[in-house]
Design a protein around this ligand. Structure first.
Ligand SMILES: Nc1ncnc2c1ncn2[C@@H]1O[C@H](COP(=O)(O)OP(=O)(O)OP(=O)(O)O)[C@@H](O)[C@H]1O
Length: 304
């Protein structure tokens, strides 16, 4: 049976002692989508991915990958995985390790192709233990694509890579997605989500607080950032202006996140010595910050 749904999480929860790591996640990913999972530290991204991969059992809810259990989908070679740690034998040479992984699958990508896709042909005879963090990440990526999977799941794949390596890595990923592969990746890099994902799922405190294209998420946050030099700024007054969401300072420079920048600008120009004023519209970072703050306030309201 062919299905156009790659992943279905239904009401999934996971608690570790006092910590509600995942607090009821519903998520459907269609085949061919490239989805970024974003969120601050401890938001529940890794736990969600671990449940999706069958590494952690949810307390409640169900997980299906291509209509089957995660373990069955992985055994069938439908899922390639790149996690933050584990999965590598430090004493093995890169080529040997990839051969080993290939041996676990019935239609593996030839090792030479995996090395080429990951841009690490020159590392084939190097031992894992001598490699840099970024090089190890590329080996993990090569391991993830060996099964020729329909779905690739990556947990912070470019951590430890320099800017050039990150660019090369995403170029390799593009080649994979052009083949129609479904990709789900967790990241802290907003520009990666913005540039490479069709869809951004934002988590906070174990919940999904936004889900849409990067453009939709940005559009959901109306408003502007005002940056101005305001000597002796009265922060309490600025924070209390209608339409001002947050106030930050860096020396004399004040950063205001505003729902209504016109009124704030009028105030700055007429009632303060503000100069060098810049107004910019929200980028994904602002959107994520605003949505995270809104989610937090909503949670606090529920608690009180
Ligand atoms: N094995 C575990 N034992 C106890 N607590 C855990 C375990 N795994 C995760 N947690 C806790 O669950 C919460 C969610 O963690 P998780 O690693 O899923 O978040 P994350 O969004 O991936 O964070 P990061 O961006 O820092 O990787 C955190 O408070 C974390 O400390």
């Amino acid at each position: 049976m062919t299905t156009t749904t790659a992943v279905t999480l239904n009401g999934v929860t996971k608690r570790y002692g006092e910590v509600q790591a995942v607090a009821g996640v519903d998520l459907t990913i269609r085949s061919g989508e490239v989805v970024a999972l974003l969120g601050p530290n401890g938001a529940g991204k890794s736990t969600t991915l671990e449940m999706l991969l069958g590494l952690v059992r949810p307390d409640q809810g169900t997980v299906q990958v291509y209509g089957a259990s995660p373990t069955d989908a992985i055994a069938a070679g439908q899922v390639g995985v790149m996690l933050q740690s584990g999965g590598i034998i430090e004493d093995a040479k890169v080529g040997e390790l990839l051969n080993l992984v290939g041996g676990l699958h019935h239609d593996p990508l030839p090792v030479s192709d995996a090395l080429q896709c990951a841009g690490i042909e020159d590392l084939a005879n190097r031992k894992m233990k001598g490699l840099s963090g970024g090089q190890k990440q590329r080996v993990r990526f090569a391991m993830a694509i060996i099964p020729q999977p329909d779905l690739i799941v990556l947990d912070e794949p470019t951590t430890g890579m320099d800017v050039e390596s990150r660019r090369d890595f995403w170029a390799s990923m593009h080649a994979e997605t052009a083949r129609g592969r479904t990709v789900l990746f967790a990241t802290h890099y907003l520009e990666e989500a913005d540039s490479y994902a069709d869809r951004v799922v934002l988590m906070r405190h174990g919940r999904i607080v936004a889900d849409g294209t990067a453009a939709q998420i940005k559009a959901g946050v109306s408003g502007r950032t005002i940056r101005a030099t305001v000597p002796g700024a009265d922060l309490a007054t600025l924070a209390s202006l209608p339409g001002v969401r947050t106030v930050e300072t860096r020396g004399d420079v004040v950063l205001l996140q505003c729902a209504d920048s016109d009124d704030t600008l009028r105030y700055l120009l007429t009632s303060t010595p503000a100069h060098d004023i810049e107004v910019t519209s929200a980028d994904l970072e602002d959107a994520v910050l605003a949505l995270s703050t809104e989610a937090l306030s909503a949670e606090e309201e529920t608690l009180t």
